[in-house]
Design a protein around this ligand. Structure first.
Ligand code: URA
Length: 234
């Protein structure tokens, strides 16, 4: 759902002030009824919005998977730092934003889109979307450490972390795969500190049905596949 005035701007009906005037003059209809309030909500597939009787198209939704490198901030704009969105220069689509954040020194999967409904579905705490991180740690990962991470740990917030899945990483004593369903500030780093260890390298490798393949180089992006879009319901 988006606001009618935003929809009209996105559909190139005019600038914000021109759109305001169009609405005021009753030139815009939604499903055949004149609507004069810019805050009225419309959604694709449900509503037909017309200007002077002519239907307007909804802006195309786009979906990209980015392999964020370390050293880039998870922001759409930053005056000093290079942002994850800077890496998407040239990608078709308007009003792109990042679905969630990774720390500056964290690498890996970031979803970039202009679909606010999807972002809400993936980020809402009650949706419990799995996020898996490959974690390299300062000290050896013990079975006891995995058990504690899985049960939930006190990271200094009001509540302990929700149950997680923690598996030792094959091939190194100092690594694990950690799947969590929350997205608290510095969560993985704080969870490892809470069990007496420390994160020295962090990469997100999946979010919900999306999996970052090894073949996508750092700093590169690609559109989601048909299957990924279907799995996300978009
Ligand atoms: N947990 C963290 O500590 N940092 C991230 O970037 C993501 C999850």
């Amino acid at each position: 759902m988006i606001r009618l005035d935003k929809f009209l701007c996105d559909a190139n009906a005019g600038t914000r002030s021109e759109v305001k005037a169009l609405l005021k003059r009753g030139r815009v209809t939604v499903d055949g009824h004149v609507v004069q309030k810019g805050e009225f909500k419309v959604s694709e597939g449900t509503n037909v919005v017309c200007l002077d009787g002519q239907p307007l198209a909804f802006a195309q939704k786009v979906y990209y998977l980015l392999n964020k490198p370390a050293g880039v901030v998870s922001a759409t704009k930053d005056r000093r730092e290079k942002t994850a969105l800077d890496l998407l220069k040239g990608a078709p689509g308007r009003d792109l934003f990042l679905v969630g954040r990774l720390d500056k020194d964290t690498e890996g999967l970031l979803l970039v889109t202009n679909d606010g409904d999807l972002a809400h579905r993936l980020l809402a705490p009650d949706k419990h979307v799995d996020k898996t991180y490959r974690v390299l740690t300062r000290k050896e990962v013990t079975p006891d450490c995995c058990k504690r991470l899985e049960a939930g740990v006190d990271i200094g917030d009001e509540k302990p972390t929700r149950p997680a899945v923690a598996q030792k990483l094959a091939g190194t004593p100092n690594g694990l795969l950690l799947t969590i369903q929350e997205g608290r500030f510095h969560q993985v780093k704080r969870m490892l500190l809470a069990v007496g260890n420390e994160v020295v390298g962090l990469k997100r490798i999946s979010m919900g049905p999306l999996v970052l393949e090894d073949s996508l180089p750092k700093g590169q992006w690609r559109p989601l596949t048909e299957k990924e879009r279907k799995d996300l319901g978009v």
